[in-house]
Design a protein around this ligand. Structure first.
Ligand SMILES: Cc1cc2nc3c(=O)[nH]c(=O)nc-3n(C[C@H](O)[C@H](O)[C@H](O)COP(=O)(O)OP(=O)(O)OC[C@H]3O[C@@H](n4cnc5c(N)ncnc54)[C@H](O)[C@@H]3O)c2cc1C
Length: 492
């Protein structure tokens, strides 16, 4: 979160997807998403701008409305006959989501039989092709229109990979944005964090801010190690030691393993990471803009025509910032007046780039490193041209950028990436690092770099997986909610 001149910028997530997961999390805390958050359903869900054929003339955007029937009409208008194909596609996506929630996402994978239940075995003929085929092939076999292919393929980027490398199983993501719809918590994701923080504090949790863990302390010989606490440094530079027989690290797993632990205590040493694939890095451009920007939806996606080239710039042999880039723009001020001063708009622009800290850091008002500021300038000009806002650059009153080096420095993120290890097949489900150290008893892991993976809903599930491990609960599905939610008014 960054506050400047009356603008309140979220610097991270902005898509509230998988509402059931959020609600389940809140219910485990004795409340509900409805009680805690003021959720608005976005209509339209988002808008897609395609790289214009004529560089001087924007192509008309494709607006993805809220509601399955209206989405089907949009598909049909672009590709006759595609509405019925979409219906099958979304039915399959909904089924895959259901199976994932019941059997895989909340599964600590501590018992093999949790994967051999009757329902999973019965579904194998359907599941196996979804694991062995790429999302790109899955989509290309069903839809011809390039924008429709992009709409169905881009969720792979949410998972830190590209549609050619993501297993088709992740077509389930389309059940979220196209079927269930996209929501926004008023106040942004910062509000979600505040709510969780308050619930924790109400239960007696002490939250120490501006603190850096410098070491996870372990004891015992090889093979019988256990955690005994952490060393940490406060904001004034004073060193502390905290004793505990349970430590949960929600920091980037590469940092936890290779920096905070002694080599003998590492389950995932540097050599392990050398054989793994990072998700993308990001150049983020936070803009305060004077006047209204009705051309942009709350969420807008700008897709290049040569998508393959775009992904190959980010993930290929010769990593570079794509130009033009496929970028994402969030305009939360479309829904939430609290994020910008009156008469202004708040824009969050995300340019996926290689996970490479050498690309540099961002800064205020153009003071970032050259590659980051160049990418920011290019993104602003691209939005101006593709969305038909010729004076966008002149209307910018606040500008702040972030680059991969900021992610590496501020969050200790592996390779300066924004999402952690990519969700390729080899780095998903039980093949992703799980939530417990293999070498140190009492040490647990949560967050996007561990299981089940990337995205806020997954991180909430990762917390539940830690709980299951501590309790010795081997069940595959969500934990039963102990008491019904209270029905008090949402407290503000
Ligand atoms: C730009 C961006 C946009 C995204 N958009 C979406 C979206 O729209 N929807 C969605 O669901 N997901 C989105 N995601 C993904 C989602 O935000 C992440 O998966 C999730 O927030 C990761 O949470 P985490 O707790 O694992 O890590 P973090 O949120 O990074 O938290 C880890 C914390 O640990 C701290 N830390 C690290 N090392 C130490 C140490 N040694 N001592 C003390 N603290 C330490 C870090 O500073 C950090 O604050 C987005 C991510 C990014 C970067």
């Amino acid at each position: 979160m960054l506050e400047r001149d009356g603008f309140r910028f979220d610097t991270g997530p902005s898509w509230y997807l998988m509402p059931r997961v959020f609600d389940h999390f809140f219910r485990l805390l004795g409340t509900s998403a409805e009680e805690q958050l003021d959720l608005r359903t976005l209509d339209p869900g988002y808008r897609v701008f395609r790289e214009p054929e004529d560089p001087l003339q924007p192509d008309p955007p494709v607006t993805v409305p809220f509601g399955t029937a209206k989405v089907a009409e949009t598909f049909e208008a672009l590709e006759p006959g595609s509405a019925s194909v979409l219906a099958d596609y979304l039915a399959s996506a909904a089924h895959a989501t259901d199976m994932a929630e019941k059997h895989f996402l909340y599964n600590p994978f501590t018992r093999a039989r949790s994967l051999t239940g009757r329902e999973v075995l019965r579904d194998l003929p359907r599941l196996v092709p979804l694991l062995t085929r790429s999302l790109e092939r899955h989509v290309a076999g069903r839809f011809r229109h390039p924008v429709l292919r992009q709409i169905l393929g881009y969720p792979a980027v949410f998972l830190g990979t590209d549609p050619a490398r993501a297993p088709a199983m992740y077509h389930l993501m389309s059940a979220l944005d196209l079927d269930e719809g996209v929501q926004y918590p008023m106040g942004g994701f910062g509000e979600l964090v505040t709510r969780i923080e308050r619930l924790a504090e109400a239960q007696g949790v002490e939250i120490v801010r501006d603190a850096e863990v410098t070491r996870i302390i372990t004891t015992g010989a090889q093979g019988r190690k256990r955690v005994t606490g952490v060393h940490w440094r406060d904001g004034d530079g004073a060193e502390h030691r905290e004793t505990s027989d349970v430590v949960v690290s929600a920091a980037d797993l590469h940092h936890t393993e290779t920096v905070l632990l002694h080599p003998e205590a590492q389950s995932y040493p540097e050599s392990w990471w050398e054989r793994r694939v990072s998700g993308p890095g990001a150049v983020i451009v936070l803009l305060g803009v004077s006047g209204a920007l009705p051309e942009l939806s709350h969420h807008s996606l700008l897709f290049t025509r040569d998508w393959k080239e775009n992904f190959s710039a980010i993930f290929g042999e010769d990593p570079r910032i794509p130009d033009p880039a496929s970028i994402y723009v969030c305009r939360p001020s479309a829904t939430d007046a609290g994020v910008a001063p009156a008469g202004h708009e708040n824009l969050f622009v995300l340019v996926p780039v290689p996970a490479e800290p050498a690309l540099g850091s961002g800064g205020a008002d153009g003071a970032g490193d050259p590659a980051v500021e160049r990418a920011a300038d290019a993104a602003i000009d691209q939005i101006a041209r593709w969305a038909g806002i010729p004076d966008l650059r002149e209307r910018v009153v606040v500008r702040h950028t972030l680059g991969p080096a900021d992610f590496a420095r501020d969050y200790h993120s592996w390779r300066g990436g924004m999402l952690g290890p990519a969700h390729t097949l080899r780095q998903s489900a039980f093949l992703r690092p799980q939530n417990q150290s293999k070498r140190v008893a009492g040490l647990y892991y949560a967050g996007a770099t561990t299981a089940p993976g990337v995205g806020v809903p997954m991180c909430l599930i990762s917390a539940e997986l830690v709980l299951k491990r501590i309790r010795g609960d081997h069940s595959a599905g969500p934990t039963a909610v102990p008491t019904p939610a209270r029905t008090t008014e949402r407290s503000r």
